[in-house]
Each structure stands twice: as structure tokens, then as C-alpha cells.
Design a protein around this ligand. Structure first.
Ligand SMILES: [Zn+2]
Ligand SMILES: [Zn+2]
Length: 290
């Protein structure tokens, strides 16, 4: 067990910078089934500011003054929020530091840095859509941004993979429950991240789901972040159900999600292209070379 540094007591993270497990972050990533979660790091002992009670006087010199939540409590709240966000286990350790930066993705990283710096909690914010071919690290970067939104900015986030959302809705219908139970948390959260937008068979049901979700968030002024393999631009007009593989590759996002969803995304989010090398291919090549 590392020794605790008193200088970090009462800080938001409260971890010990010398801790080999968390390097001062005060938490450690872990996988819980399909989900990525974090644990409070063992280097955080009982808080000296509030002695573990979670409340401190507003006026530090007057113990009888009104009380406010201690910073250690906010750290725990943020951990619970992160664990509730639905981030997939394979991205338990995805951060912007671990994001593989090459020349063409460096500008994308800079764009997300700027976006995070300008984020106004509880206020009006634009979203963004990361688009590009598979293997460019879009989901990794999206999760890294969500992590910082939770732990540095202090806002609630939800991550949903589009195909998982459809499966959850279908299961809900089969069990006689409506869509509301699944959709409401996604509508109400401050930042919603949709992974693999436009993926799927593009059926009427799928279009209806994405239309409802995006419309309700649009009306509520909620931020949408997304990743997609489909670029912006005018559509081909091809319906996926009738299209072959080669034709599907030429489709754009508007073909996949419909005009209404697409125009709402254009209005409320910036489209950021992710180029660069296919990261999975690069890893495979490195393994072959070793
Ligand atoms: Zn630690
Ligand atoms: Zn405390």
C-alpha cells in the first residue's frame, strides 16, 4: 500500500501521485462483464477533510456554518456516473493518451482537445460526429472524450452502440414493455454518444428508432456525439435493403439515417473526419514482424 500524500487530500481526485496503480488519478480501470468500469483506488483512504462523512462546512473557520459536499464525494459520484455510462469493456483503458496518434489523426486529437476545453456544463454545446473507415480508432477517441467529460468536466454521459440499442428495444417489445424504459435515459442524459451510427440493415424500424432518439434529443437541446463509417454529403438515394456490398460502400450517412436525422446532426454537430492508418492492421503487421 503506497503512503498517502497529505497535499492531495481534499482534491477532487484525491489519489496519491506516487501510487503505482493510479498515478494520482484515484481510480483504476476494470472490466465488469461487457462493461468498462473504474474502482476507487486503494491509495485513497478515509478523507481527512470530512473524515469520511462527505460533508464539510462552507466556511472552513466556522464549523457551524452551512455544509456543502466534500470534494471526495464528487469523486465518488463521478466514478458511479462513469460505471453507469455503458462503455464497452474493451475500452476500459481507452484514454486520449493511449490513443495512437499519427500525422493524420493528430488534428482530430487537437479538435477534441479544443471541444473539451470549450465545453460548457449544463449550457448550450455543439456535438461532433467522428467519421471514417473502420480501424481508425473512432470509438477509442469517443470513449476517451467521455471519460474526460465525466472526470474532468463533471457531466453525465451515456454510450450506446447502435446495434445494441436496437437489440435492447426489440427485447423490450418482446417482453411487453415499451421503448420508453430504454430510450428515456438516453434522451435525458447531458451527453449521449452513439457508436456505429448508421450500421445495421437500415430497416424502417431502425430508421424509426434513430429518428425518435435524435429528434427528442434535438428538441431537448441535448448534445450528441457519434461515430460512423459513413461520411457526410449528398446521398446516393440507395436503400440498403436493396443494395449490394459495393453499393453500400458508396453510401453516405444520409442514406443510412434519413434526411431528418442527418440535417439535425448537421445543424447541431461538427463532422470530423478520421483518416490515418488502419490501427488493427498496423497492430497485426507489428505482431508478424516481431
Ligand atoms: Zn492509487
Ligand atoms: Zn471528504
Amino acid at each position: 500500500m503506497p503512503t498517502r500524500s497529505s497535499s492531495t487530500q481534499g482534491s477532487l481526485h484525491g489519489g496519491d501521485p506516487a501510487c503505482a496503480d493510479c498515478h494520482g488519478a484515484g481510480m483504476r480501470p476494470r472490466r465488469n462483464g461487457e462493461r468498462a468500469e473504474v474502482d476507487l483506488c486503494g491509495c485513497i483512504g478515509v478523507c481527512r477533510t470530512c473524515r469520511g462523512g462527505g460533508w464539510v462546512p462552507v466556511d472552513a473557520n466556522d464549523p457551524r456554518s452551512r455544509r456543502r459536499r466534500c470534494a471526495c464525494h464528487e469523486h465518488r459520484v463521478r466514478i458511479l456516473r462513469f460505471n453507469d455510462a455503458g462503455i464497452p469493456a474493451r475500452h476500459a483503458g481507452s484514454t486520449r493518451t493511449s490513443f495512437n496518434m499519427d500525422r493524420s489523426t493528430g488534428s482530430v486529437l487537437a479538435a477534441t482537445t479544443k471541444w473539451l476545453a470549450q465545453y460548457n456544463p449544463g449550457g448550450e454545446n455543439r456535438g461532433f460526429v467522428l467519421h471514417g473507415e473502420v480501424g481508425r480508432g473512432k470509438t477509442h477517441l469517443l470513449v476517451a472524450v467521455l471519460r474526460e467529460l465525466v472526470f474532468k468536466v463533471g457531466v453525465g454521459v451515456r454510450f450506446v452502440e447502435f446495434s445494441h440499442l436496437l437489440a435492447a428495444l426489440k427485447a423490450g417489445f418482446d417482453e411487453g414493455r415499451g421503448a420508453e424504459e430504454v430510450l428515456r435515459p438516453l434522451v435525458e442524459v447531458e451527453v449521449l454518444a452513439i457508436d456505429e451510427l448508421g450500421k445495421g440493415r437500415n430497416t424502417d424500424f431502425e430508421q424509426m428508432v434513430i429518428d425518435e432518439l435524435v429528434s427528442r434529443r434535438y428538441n431537448a437541446g441535448g448534445v450528441i456525439l457519434a461515430t460512423t463509417n459513413y461520411g457526410p454529403g449528398s446521398g446516393t438515394g440507395l436503400r440498403t435493403l436493396n443494395a449490394g456490398d459495393a453499393e453500400i460502400r458508396t453510401q453516405t450517412l444520409v442514406d443510412r439515417v434519413g434526411h431528418r436525422v442527418y440535417s439535425r446532426l448537421r445543424e447541431t454537430a461538427d463532422f470530423i473526419e478520421m483518416g490515418g492508418e488502419d490501427y488493427r492492421e498496423k497492430l497485426a503487421r507489428r505482431r508478424r514482424e516481431v
